[in-house]
Design a protein. Structure first.
Length: 221
C-alpha cells in the first residue's frame, strides 16, 4: 500500500545536509519513502502518523507497508511498530527480513516491541536485529495491566507517553539517552537508529515521527 503526497518539492543533495532548516527551505525536488514493517503489531497507526508528519513537514513522500523484502528495498527509512517482539522477530527470521533489514542499512525508528528488536540483548531468548548496542528489559514496567500514560520530557518538550507492556533500556553501550522516566531509560538514539519504549503512533503529537523523517532526510543521497 502506497501513499503519495504532492506538497512542496525538495531535493536532497548528494552531500551531507548539516542545517535541516535551511535544507527544508530548498526549492528543489526530493521524494523519500518510509516503510512500516508489516509482519505483526500496530502498523496502521504508524502509517497514519507518518502520513500526518510528512504533511506537516511539507515534503513529497511515500509511506508503504513492508510485508516483503521487495517492499523494504524501496524504503529510505523503516519503522518497526509495537506488537509482540517475539512474534515479529520469529517472522523476520522466517521470511529473511531480518538479514534484509540489516543489509539495507537505513534509519530505523523502533517503538516498544520495535525498541526490543533493535537491541543487541534482552532478558529473553528471542531473535533480535542487534542494531543498537544496548540491553533491554522486555515488559520492564509490568504486563498489560501495568500499561499507563505519563507525561515525559523529550527534545526539551513535554510529551504524553503511552506505555503498553513497555520495555526499558537497562544498559546503553553506544548512543545517547533521549528520555528517562524516573531512573529508567525510555528513548535512545544510536547512529541512524531511534528507539522509544512508548507508542508515539497512538498520540496526536507527531514530534517523534517528524524527528525521524528529518533523520531519514539527512541520510538520503
Ligand atoms: N513487551 C512487548 C514485547 O516484548 C512489547 C509491547 C508493545 O509493543 N506494546 O514485544
Amino acid at each position: 500500500m502506497i501513499y503519495s503526497s504532492n506538497i512542496i518539492t525538495l531535493q536532497c543533495r548528494k552531500s551531507k545536509i548539516k542545517d535541516m532548516n535551511n535544507f527544508l527551505k530548498r526549492d528543489e525536488i526530493l521524494m523519500i519513502s518510509i516503510g512500516i514493517l508489516d509482519l505483526q503489531g500496530d502498523v496502521s497507526e504508524h502509517f497514519e502518523a507518518t502520513i500526518k508528519s510528512f504533511k506537516k513537514i511539507g515534503i513529497k513522500s511515500q509511506v508503504l507497508k513492508v510485508k516483503k523484502i521487495s517492499d523494504l528495498l524501496k524504503c529510505d527509512g523503516l519503522i518497526i511498530s509495537g506488537g509482540e517482539s517475539t512474534v515479529i522477530g520469529k517472522l523476520m527470521e522466517k521470511t529473511g527480513m531480518k538479514q534484509a533489514i540489516i543489509n539495507k542499512n537505513i534509519p530505523i525508528l523502533g517503538t516498544c516491541a520495535g525498541m526490543v528488536l533493535l537491541a543487541s540483548e534482552t532478558d529473553y531468548d528471542q531473535p533480535l536485529l542487534g542494531l543498537i548496542n544496548m540491553k533491554v528489559k522486555r515488559n520492564g514496567f509490568g504486563g498489560q495491566k501495568a500499561s499507563f500514560e505519563e507525561e515525559i520530557k523529550i527534545f526539551d518538550s513535554k510529551y504524553e507517553g503511552v506505555f503498553i507492556r513497555a520495555p526499558y533500556v537497562e544498559e546503553l553501550q553506544d548512543g545517547i539517552v533521549l528520555s528517562k522516566l524516573k531512573d529508567k531509560i525510555i528513548a535512545v538514539a544510536s547512529g541512524k537508529y531511534i528507539a522509544t519504549a512508548f507508542h508515539p503512533e497512538i498520540t496526536d503529537n507527531t514530534m517523534i515521527h517528524e524527528y525521524f523523517i528529518k533523520e531519514v532526510l539527512k541520510c538520503v543521497e
